[in-house]
Design a protein around this ligand. Sequence first.
Ligand SMILES: Cc1cc2nc3c(=O)[nH]c(=O)nc-3n(C[C@H](O)[C@H](O)[C@H](O)COP(=O)(O)OP(=O)(O)OC[C@H]3O[C@@H](n4cnc5c(N)ncnc54)[C@H](O)[C@@H]3O)c2cc1C
Length: 384
Amino acid sequence: MDFRWTEEQELLIQSLEELLKREAPETLLAELDTRHEFPFKPWQALADNGILALGIPEEYGGVPADITTLTLVCETLGRHALPLGIIYSLGIITIRDIIQFGSEEIKAEVLGGFVRGDLPVALGITEPQAGSDAAALKATAQFDGDDVIFNGQKMYCTLAQITKYILLLTRDPQVANPYEAMSMWLLPTDTPGLRFNPVNKVGWWTVPSYEVYIENARIPRKKLVGQYNFGWPQLMANFEIERLALCAASLGAAQAALEDSLAYANQRVQFGRPIGSYQAVQHILTDMAVKVENMRNFVYKIAWMMDQGQPVRHEHAMCKLYVAQAACEVTDSAMQILGGLGYTMDHRVQRLWRDIRLMRIGGGTDEIMYNIAGPQLLKQARKG
Ligand SMILES: Cc1cc2nc3c(=O)[nH]c(=O)nc-3n(C[C@H](O)[C@H](O)[C@H](O)COP(=O)(O)OP(=O)(O)OC[C@H]3O[C@@H](n4cnc5c(N)ncnc54)[C@H](O)[C@@H]3O)c2cc1C
């Protein structure tokens, strides 16, 4: 077992850290958060410095990268600039679906733009009646000559209004089995017939999410991504890496919360001594550090397994479940260590606490992770 990073990974992460300190300093992130503004400039800086090219095929301007390297990038973004980690993680699933299933025309349209700094393609699965039960989605796609016409409503579609495309999931009502009735489309967000309504959220203030109303939105039918009615297996093909990316960003955020807590515990004096000298505070800090270490080991192991081509069907769900919960606990502990300051808007800990809470809901809730892992564990045990 070798826990060391490669020399290339060391250099990449070091230069990314320097870039983030320069282009996404805490003062800027705090300002953008207060103003609910997307971090356009830092995102462009990631593109300009080749970060968005990682994992994109070379013919579209990309650079090969394995899953472990992408995971380290997500972790680093989460640690220094969580909104960028969130945006990057959200983009991973749609970009990989396009790489894997998009036509040449679709790939040429989207991938080069992403490498140059376009925002990620938004993902349009969730609907008012279809949350955890994504297969209950009802948005329709009706063919009309060479065109297709969409109708329906999407919920929480992150980035939808500010990005160029939505990877839209629709349902064919003629097919009884929903898992054989979904299709995936590249829907330009300037298509007439789309209306966006921003969702007011507890966190993720720099990463907007929208209700999207779709009324007779017409595009050419060649914007189908992959095969008609194969949208569900196509979606599932890259869900695991999206969840891993969200876990890695959460790990980075938990690391940041731990670092803030350690610094504060050394510096804040009460009853004549730094609060870190009290055993009660040391216990909280040590529990946080143990959780961060466990999160890191789990995340890296899943990345390694995926790079080896090993299935991670229940392991990735267990990882998402553990990491999301542990990250929430660590950011909550950080708020405790910082006392009143942690609860004010003057320190980043409150932002980490708010932004991280979504990780137990988005990309599959805790309960759905139990539902994925539990039956698989039992099945494995029956096989012996
Ligand atoms: C900020 C934000 C960004 C998002 N971004 C996107 C996006 O870009 N694209 C997109 O398509 N979606 C997005 N989502 C949607 C997200 O994936 C869903 O919120 C999530 O899947 C849960 O669905 P729901 O909110 O409808 O909750 P529900 O499915 O209604 O769940 C409510 C509760 O019931 C529990 N529950 C439901 N079914 C079961 C079951 N079978 N067993 C046990 N418990 C169950 C859940 O775990 C949860 O606790 C986003 C959501 C948020 C809040």
